[in-house]
Write a protein that binds this ligand. Structure first.
Ligand code: SAH
Length: 455
């Protein structure tokens, strides 16, 4: 049989795998591949081709003739339209198994590493975990304000009252905010006309302390109904401990503008992870699942096997979390991070925890490690937690020269992780690979790898 030149709907397919984005990898009888949202391995059915991009076909199911035993009724009624939770219709057990296999597969395909991957660490209750939510507002024909999610690839807001992966306290606040805005007639921002005032609400919660931050992203500092809005929020949402206004009048899809004004409270919230307090401001980065982040960080500490005289280097350190937690187990920690605000936060976090064996520098990690190497500095243990694009050869080649005894690599993208391991495995043995489920119901996976210098 020959592969077809162009595929026509409807098409009968079998789902054989899941893609990185969580789409079903489906094949027709000729072996043609179509990525189908909401189809799981083992399922068969007829599908409609929705679009073709870069030579790849994307579709959606019309009717399933064979259904996976792992398919479940999703809690969220709009999970298909929203697109945020690719896996809500897939049992949690199957999600965890898929993530383990996916990591194993990437390491084998990209790095030619045929190694055991530990079963993905999951949550007991894989819902309500998101400690940061940011939502836009829309206005119905009857004048009521609603919140929701952008339909994937569009600027159309899918109205939603309940998101099952968000902290329920934040969901309650956002719904109350809609009611208040409707009642007071405060105009939500309209992206198409560039009119209105309230663009987004950003809410941050913590598990260790009952403090909550609400950030209103507005087009201007003063707008009709502002003071009544503030007093209603104070009254109806007493759990909000700090209210911040952020200004963003650009025609942009970037949510936060440069300027923040604290309307009441301290302007930040505190979270406690692994026994340390961390300040979280409106703009600072913090992992979005506190419960699993604590497990992630603790696992990283275990893999590092630090001792009291060790010099530890934490690269891509963000607000300093990993390095600060490590200070307890070693002699001193040197951290490096590119974003100035995050470095300031890290310094503040060291101060509030009274940690003195910690230094943080604002620099590019590769430039910085080169400088360490020129000064022949010693590094015993390296933590590295780069962004999605991974590290780079400049960084990795210096690591091979400095030869830390152990490396703990934390990654949110296992294809760039696998690529970087190709370099590191020249001098290091891979001891453990542990995926951690920081993002239940979605296709994202976080992975920790423990490496030890070959002797
Ligand atoms: N380890 C932190 C943050 C990890 S996110 C935590 O667990 O919270 C990755 C971090 O790498 C981000 O803070 C980002 O600003 C930083 N980063 C990105 N490119 C960098 C570079 N070239 N040099 C140093 N830091 C960088």
């Amino acid at each position: 049989m020959k592969k077809q030149e162009s595929l026509q709907s409807p098409l009968d397919v079998t789902c054989v795998d899941l893609s990185y984005e969580g789409k079903g990898v489906c094949r027709d009888s000729f072996g043609n591949v179509v990525f189908v949202e909401g189809m799981f391995p083992g399922e068969e059915g007829s599908i409609k081709i929705v679009y073709k991009r870069a030579g790849q076909y994307f579709g959606e199911p019309i009717k399933l003739t064979k259904i996976s035993a792992d398919r479940i009724e999703p809690r969220c009624k709009v999970c298909r339209a929203c697109g945020g939770c690719q896996f809500q219709q897939y049992s949690y057990e199957a999600q965890l198994k898929h993530k383990t296999n996916y990591v194993k597969d990437q390491l084998r395909k990209i790095a030619k590493l045929d190694i055991d991957v530990l079963p993905t660490l999951g949550m007991r209750n894989p819902y309500g975990y998101r400690n940061k939510i940011q939502m836009p507002f829309g206005k119905g024909d009857d004048g009521t304000v609603f919140t929701g999610f952008y339909r994937p690839g569009t600027h159309v807001i899918v109205p939603i009252k309940e998101c099952h992966i968000e902290d329920p306290r934040a969901v309650k606040i956002i719904n109350t905010l809609c009611e208040i805005m409707s009642k007071l007639g405060v105009e939500p921002y309209n992206e198409f006309s560039h009119e209105g005032f309230i663009r987004h609400a950003l809410i941050k919660t913590a598990k260790g302390y009952s403090n909550i931050m609400l950030v209103l992203v507005t087009t201007r500092l003063n707008f009709p109904g502002k003071s009544r809005l503030i007093s209603e929020i104070r009254e109806k949402c007493p759990e909000v401990t700090t209210l911040i206004q952020n200004l963003n009048d650009e025609r942009t899809s970037v949510i936060l503008g440069d300027k923040c004004v604290t309307l009441y409270g301290s302007g930040y919230i505190k979270e406690n992870l692994c026994g340390l307090d961390f300040m979280i401001s409106a703009k600072s980065f913090f992992q979005t699942n506190s419960e699993m982040t604590e497990i992630l960080y603790q696992t990283a500490m275990d893999y590092a096997c630090m001792s009291k005289d060790d010099v530890v280097f934490d690269a891509y350190s963000g607000t300093g979390t990993i390095g600060l937690i490590a200070t307890k187990y070693c002699g001193k920690v040197i951290s490096v991070e590119l974003v100035k605000e995050a470095v300031e936060d890290a310094k503040e976090n060291a101060k509030i925890n009274k940690i003195t064996n910690f230094d943080v520098y604002c620099d590019d990690a590769s430039t910085f490690i080169n400088r360490l190497s020129k000064r022949s500095e010693r590094i015993d243990v390296l933590f590295m937690d780069p962004p999605r694009k991974g590290s780079d050869e400049r960084f990795l080649s210096v690591v091979l020269k400095l030869k830390p005894r152990r490396i703990v690599y934390i990654s949110c993208n296992c294809s760039t992780l696998a690529r970087d391991l190709i370099t590191l495995k020249r001098e290091y043995d891979i001891q453990k690979v542990q995926p951690v489920d920081l993002f239940p119901q979605t296709s994202h996976v976080e992975t920790i790898v423990g490496l030890i210098l070959k002797n």
